[in-house]
Design a protein around this ligand. Structure first.
Ligand SMILES: Nc1ncnc2c1ncn2[C@@H]1O[C@H](COP(=O)(O)OP(=O)(O)OP(=O)(O)O)[C@@H](O)[C@H]1O
Ligand SMILES: [Mg+2]
Length: 254
């Protein structure tokens, strides 16, 4: 279904608790089911997107020294494809703290490079990065490492997640204007499924460029601990179907 072009999508935002990790995990699962091999890099301090995909245990950067004898990821397979989840944090220190330790010495960076390089020995069409607010610098460093290791054919896009709050929307608009990476679009998440709120979301959507996906508040997703294919909202499946295509000027998915 997909060509050899490798695409990374950083799922991020300007507000906590709006569903970045949930969307990163759901998007990864959707891409797997639609025919892609996917690598999910979970940078959430809680390791939340990997937790949602059933990964338990320590993150790669939880200890100050990587154990090279261990594999630092888990694979979820579907038919002949894989979703590889690398849990960077969780059950331990925050990424920025841990990453600072790593960046202080060449040996640390080399270890990190080895984990990424060995995870990338298998081929992937998609790298999804669950980029937490508190790991902005960490994300940049990892993106740099991935880019150096994963060859220049890597194409990078960013997908923002926000809620329907007016200040969130305005702040996000200002941030996107200043962005450095190609903007794939925005998910307006957890929209109360009542007509006036859906209408408001659709009118806010027109202020953005690219793909804008309006996802309702879904009772079954709230505080869910393990995702399954049946938890994937249709809007996320639709989004997964177009992430690798040229970014449209504006496309609303509701
Ligand atoms: N569309 C939705 N409908 C209902 N609940 C949702 C939806 N999307 C996310 N949630 C819930 O919102 C909560 C926060 O989600 P999540 O942890 O993914 O946010 P986050 O932006 O990654 O947070 P953080 O900033 O802490 O990393 C979770 O309990 C999740 O189950
Ligand atoms: Mg998160």
């Amino acid at each position: 279904m997909y060509d050899n072009h490798m695409l990374s999508i950083e799922v991020t935002g300007i507000k906590g608790g709006v569903g970045k990790s949930t969307m990163a995990a759901l998007l990864s699962l959707s891409l797997l089911r639609m025919g892609g091999d996917v690598l999910l890099m979970d940078l959430d301090p809680l390791g939340w997107s990997s937790y949602l995909l059933g990964i338990r245990g320590e993150g790669v950067l939880t200890s100050t020294h990587l154990d090279d004898s261990k594999e630092h990821w888990s694979d979820i397979t579907f038919e002949d494809r894989r979703l590889r989840v690398i849990k960077m944090l969780g059950n331990g220190q925050k990424l920025d703290l841990a990453l600072e330790d790593y960046l202080r010495n060449e040996a640390g960076i080399d270890q990190l490079k080895r984990v990424i390089a060995s995870a990338l020995k298998d081929s992937f069409q998609f790298i999804i990065i669950d980029s937490s607010l508190s790991s902005k610098n960490g994300t940049k460093t990892l993106e740099y490492l991935i880019r150096t290791i994963a060859k220049p054919s890597l194409h990078m896009r960013r997908l923002y997640v926000t809620d329907l709050n007016r200040i969130s929307i305005e702040t996000l608009l200002n941030n996107i204007v200043k962005e450095d990476v190609e903007n794939l679009g925005v998910i307006i998440n957890m929209v109360p499924p009542i007509p006036s709120h859906v209408e408001m979301a659709e009118s806010y959507a027109t202020m953005f460029k690219g793909v804008v996906s309006v996802i309702p508040f879904i009772e079954n997703l709230f505080n869910i601990e393990t995702l399954s294919p049946s938890s994937i909202p249709p809007q996320v499946m639709d989004l997964a179907g177009i992430v690798h295509k040229p970014v449209p000027d504006f496309l609303l998915i509701v």
